[in-house]
Design a protein around this ligand. Structure first.
Ligand SMILES: CCCCCCCCCCCCCCCC(=O)SCCNC(=O)CCNC(=O)[C@H](O)C(C)(C)COP(=O)(O)OP(=O)(O)OC[C@H]1O[C@@H](n2cnc3c(N)ncnc32)[C@H](O)[C@@H]1OP(=O)(O)O
Length: 214
């Protein structure tokens, strides 16, 4: 693996722990007590960056500040297994800035129910959420449902039916549940709803990874 952040995954594969680790230390301390606020501020930045039309002067001012902030962060980057973004399970969407922030209303081996809000950053067009971000959220929550039911899995296929426009800045409900299992295969279904209105439904196959499988 190349690039600034390369190298973490091959080491994990050598340890034989599979594509996603099951033994990541689950703490609420990595990144510090205000890490959740940091992630939320980054999300707000992304929303405003999508919405803003800065002057040249303001753009250059923000650019120099951003470069300074990026230099600060470069000094504290670590591998993916310990970076708090994605592993702080106490935070909405595990602290992953890409995802719409979601929290669980219910979770168990039969399925999960999450509430989530897409934001300006997730805009597709005409106040509707980009379909790819719907897919991201559905894959994530179905993956967690598959994980709770079976263990460490990867998506083999995911089919999404976009039934109606998914709105920004609205509390939505995402349900994902196991339909059936066959050996390593777990078939799941999901619905994304705005109140009584279905925005999307989905079906997917997740494959239980073999020990050490990337
Ligand atoms: C404390 C901190 C906690 C941290 C908290 C972490 C939580 C962490 C959760 C995160 C939640 C995120 C969830 C995102 C999840 C992704 O998005 S994963 C990324 C997207 N997916 C991928 O990159 C997968 C790429 N593909 C692959 O790696 C491989 O093709 C697969 C899917 C692993 C399967 O390969 P394989 O293991 O060699 O299995 P294979 O023998 O080919 O197939 C097994 C069976 O499935 C069938 N099959 C396989 N693919 C297909 C297909 N596309 N269609 C139909 N049948 C299929 C085969 O026919 C076979 O059937 P049987 O012969 O057994 O009846």
């Amino acid at each position: 693996m190349t690039g600034e952040f390369g190298g973490a995954l091959p080491a994990a594969v050598e340890e034989g722990v599979g594509g996603f680790r099951t033994t990541i230390e689950n703490t609420t301390e990595r990144g510090g007590v205000n890490y959740g606020e940091f992630i939320e501020e980054v999300r707000t930045f992304m929303d405003r960056a999508r919405a803003a039309c800065p002057t040249t002067e303001l753009n250059d001012d923000i650019l120099s500040r951003l470069r300074a902030i990026n230099d600060l962060l470069k000094g504290v980057t670590i591998d993916e297994w310990y970076a708090p973004s994605g592993t702080r399970t106490d935070l909405p969407a595990r602290g992953n800035i890409m995802l719409p922030p979601y929290t669980f209303l219910d979770q168990g081996a039969d399925g999960v129910v999450a509430t989530l809000r897409f934001r300006r950053f997730h805009l597709g067009g005409n106040s509707a959420v980009h379909g790819g971000y719907v897919g991201l959220a559905v894959d994530e929550v179905m993956g967690l449902a598959a994980g709770l039911a079976r263990g460490i899995t990867r998506t083999a296929y995911l089919t999404i039916n976009y039934r109606s426009v998914t709105p920004l800045d609205t509390d939505l409900e995402l349900k994902a549940w196991v339909d059936r299992t066959e050996g390593r295969k777990t078939f799941l279904r999901a619905t994304l709803s705005d109140g009584d209105r279905v925005c999307a439904d989905a079906e997917a196959l997740f494959i239980l990874l073999n020990p050490g499988q990337r």
